[in-house]
Design a protein around this ligand. Structure first.
Ligand SMILES: Nc1ncnc2c1ncn2[C@@H]1O[C@H](COP(=O)(O)OP(=O)(O)O)[C@@H](O)[C@H]1O
Ligand SMILES: [Mg+2]
Length: 360
């Protein structure tokens, strides 16, 4: 059997570059090597693409603080419409990729840009396509679509750099404390919790350093429940899990720096009805946001039993201890089976798309 060549694309220009390297390392390790051959593509922080050697593509791979791309000198060129769609610049050798697993978080990876490029190259890829990726990345647009779809969310308002924010009016409307976040980011980068007007002003300045559009949200008192979704036309929802942050909220520190920053409880301690509610909302959210392949839907579960969708991650973390693979493990799908299914879903979707007419 000829092996399917899986391009694993990782790194990238986002604030989540290092997180991506960790996820990629775990995916590459878990790939069934009897069926798949990994082709490693590292994107450096300037956006350059490099074909990487399997053995030494990472520096300090065991330390999340020091992990870095070991930049190869095999620069890649992307040539849509050519037979060699991805080739090594120096040798013109074809990278020969059958399907891509983009292991990129945040900007230029999870936001539809990479997905658009892969579509132009006509290479099947794992995870949501252009529209779903772009929509889910923008917390403002995603929330407006969810609101339109009748999916419960927290109260929020949106501001752009040129807006004059009336801080006391915001506090009157949404109360205190407040969460301030860049519209298009992730990993809690640029997010702060503000307990008074001064903190709110500072939080807004911080968020605007990362994006030209920000959200100010009411603070939701509730448990943080996450549910994984897998599939194309008939997606299924995993057993939900809970994140219990040991910091004031699930901050960047709590996520990636502090080893004891948060505890994951899988399965989450929930009643049967709560599980049903979360799973049903996760699937509805997935469909409402035009998602395909996979996503992780994150909730706040209030003490009164009400569940609000906080956000959706279309390329969730894939380290062995990440929520998404852990939730599937708890639902009966092992890490390597999950990778296998995701690749098969990508190939299936591509086949379906190819069967469509492109002209009358
Ligand atoms: N409205 C809110 N109420 C309470 N906590 C929040 C709210 N918004 C965000 N948080 C906290 O901040 C964390 C990160 O926010 P989130 O919107 O999930 O952004 P990111 O995409 O960076 O993960 C959440 O996991 C939660 O701990
Ligand atoms: Mg989040």
């Amino acid at each position: 059997m000829t092996k399917i060549r899986v391009g694993i694309i990782f790194g990238g220009r986002s604030a989540e570059h290092e997180v991506s390297l960790q996820s990629a390392k775990n995916i590459i390790e878990a790939l069934d090597k009897n069926k798949y051959e990994p082709v490693l593509i590292g994107i450096d922080k300037h956006g350059g693409w490099h074909l990487q050697d399997n053995a030494d593509f990472l520096l300090n791979s065991s330390d999340p603080r020091l992990i870095a791309l070991n930049k190869s000198n095999q620069d890649l060129a992307v040539t849509p419409g050519q037979e060699n769609r991805l080739m090594v610049v120096s040798s013109k050798a074809d990278a020969n990729i059958d399907v891509v697993f983009p292991v990129l978080h945040g900007t230029y990876g999870e936001d539809g840009t990479m997905q658009g490029l892969l579509k132009l190259l006509d290479i099947p890829f794992v995870g949501p396509s252009v529209l779903g990726s772009a929509v889910a990345m923008d917390k403002d647009v995603a929330k407006r679509l969810m609101r339109d779809g009748g999916i419960p969310i927290a109260e929020f308002s949106v501001y752009r750099k040129e807006d004059n924010i009336n801080f006391s009016a915001v506090i009157r409307t949404l109360g205190l404390p407040l969460f301030v976040k860049p519209a298009n980011l992730g990993s809690s980068v640029g997010i702060s919790k503000a307990k008074n007007e001064d903190e709110l002003k500072r939080a807004v300045d911080v968020a605007f350093q990362f994006d030209n559009k920000i959200l100010i949200e009411e603070s939701v008192e509730g448990r943080e429940i996450e549910c994984a979704v897998l599939g194309n036309e008939n997606p299924m929802a995993s057993i939900p899990g809970e994140v219990i942050p040991h910091h004031e909220f699930y901050s960047y520190e709590a996520k990636y720096i502090d080893e004891n920053g948060a505890a994951l409880e899988i399965p989450a301690k929930l009643g049967e009805q709560e599980v049903k509610l979360i799973q049903e909302l996760a699937i509805r959210t997935f469909k409402t946001l035009e998602l395909e392949g996979m996503s992780r839907v994150d909730f706040f579960l209030k003490p009164n039993g009400e569940a609000l969708v906080n956000e959706v991650n279309t390329i969730p973390g894939f380290t062995k201890i990440s929520m998404f693979p852990k939730l599937w493990e708890a639902s009966g799908i092992s890490y390597s089976d999950l990778i296998d299914r995701l690749i098969q879903l990508a190939i299936e979707r591509h086949k379906n798309e190819q069967a469509l007419k492109t002209s009358a």
